[in-house]
Design a protein around this ligand. Structure first.
Ligand SMILES: [Zn+2]
Length: 355
């Protein structure tokens, strides 16, 4: 019933658990009934506006609902007037089917009406002969149109709510705070794996890093699945995402070998910042495809070593790279893109002995 009413969760005379309160709150923000404003009534608004749980009809700042009056047919504002368009409480007590207490409650309701509604209540002409059907009153306002709830597509409801509540994902907000001195171009960062490689598993892996979904001992310990939060490699510090991929001495040694190899094969690199290691280098032109692809494969290697409880090793990574290269070559060949593949991997191919 409340879903057809112009309710305000704060004015309902009931305290709901937080989850339900939020559900009602969001519903109210998208419900057609809650957007009815206090203006002089016309025939339609009088027939459609439900008296009960209405945020504009309050006693002691709380909306009201009297079951016995509801059961006797008092539902919309129109029900407060008689056939002869008089306020219903003006009917002589002999004709009234309400008890004295109900008459008192009715007077209280009429008293609580906003002035514009009270003044125009008896001035809307003939009463409509509509029968009240609750489901016809439960409507959402989607893209500025009123839609009956049973006709509303879940896709549209989702879109409407999402557009209102879209916020920065938690992981993104955390990274932005962590690296506040750098402008993280999230669109570019998220697109990077789509630009530089075509293997969906690797894209998914990088996506997990960006969204901090990757399992580490720090997380597993927090949820009680491992006895220790310590790093698989060094065993000295908590294994956070950052420790695993950046600050662990074992990982750091691997990165030093990685940088050395890049320089040996003429990929110009001053070094790799923490951001480069985690997100890739989105604002670089030279060797953009190869270097960013290698950075993802390198992180995959580190994570694979964590799973196998071995230390990251550039030699093992380099062997993996041969497989990655071959696999991509096959895909690119079948797509007739061999030349762009060769161009991307040129420095790797030209320096195969440089390990
Ligand atoms: Zn460590």
């Amino acid at each position: 019933m409340v879903l057809g009413c112009g309710f305000d969760i704060k004015k309902l005379p009931i305290k709901l658990p937080r989850f339900y309160e939020e559900c009602f709150q969001i519903f109210a923000e998208h419900s057609a009934a809650t957007t009815v404003s206090v203006q002089c009534l016309n025939n339609n608004t009088r027939a459609d506006t439900i008296v009960w749980n209405n945020k504009h009809i309050c006693v002691d700042n709380k909306s009201i609902f009297h079951r016995s009056l509801f059961q006797k047919g008092i539902i919309t504002l129109e029900d407060l007037v008689s056939e002869s368009n008089d306020l219903i409480v003006k009917q002589s007590s002999n004709n009234s089917h309400f008890t004295p207490i109900e008459v008192f409650l009715l007077m209280q309701v009429i008293d609580a009406l906003p002035l514009q509604w009270r003044n125009s209540l008896a001035l809307c002409g003939q009463k409509s002969d509509k029968t009240f059907v609750l489901k016809d009153h439960i409507k959402l306002r989607l893209k500025d149109q009123e839609v009956l709830i049973d006709k509303a597509a879940s896709k549209d409801i989702y879109g409407e709510i999402r557009s209102k509540y879209e916020t920065t994902p938690t992981a993104q907000a955390k990274y932005t705070e962590q690296y506040s001195s750098v402008c993280l171009e999230w669109k570019e960062i998220y697109n990077l794996s789509f630009k530089v490689l075509n293997d969906t598993k690797s894209r998914e892996f990088q996506y997990k890093i960006l969204n901090r979904y990757l399992t580490t001992n720090a997380f597993l310990h927090k949820i009680g699945l491992t006895a220790s939060p310590l790093c698989t490699f060094c065993g000295a510090e908590s294994e956070s995402l950052e420790h695993l991929f950046i600050t662990c001495p074992f990982t750091n040694n691997f990165w030093l070998d990685f940088i050395r190899w890049c320089r040996n094969v003429n990929i110009v690199l001053d070094g790799l910042s923490n951001i480069d290691k985690l997100f890739g280098i989105w604002n670089r032109e030279d060797d953009f495809l190869l270097l960013n692809h290698l950075l993802i494969v390198a992180k995959k290697h580190i994570y694979e070593c964590r799973k196998n409880s071995t230390c990251p090793s550039f030699k093992v990574f380099y062997k993996t790279l041969a497989y990655v290269y071959q696999l991509e070559a096959q895909v690119m060949k079948s797509n007739n893109k061999e030349s762009s593949h060769n161009l991307k991997w040129r420095k790797y191919i030209d320096n195969l002995e440089q390990c």
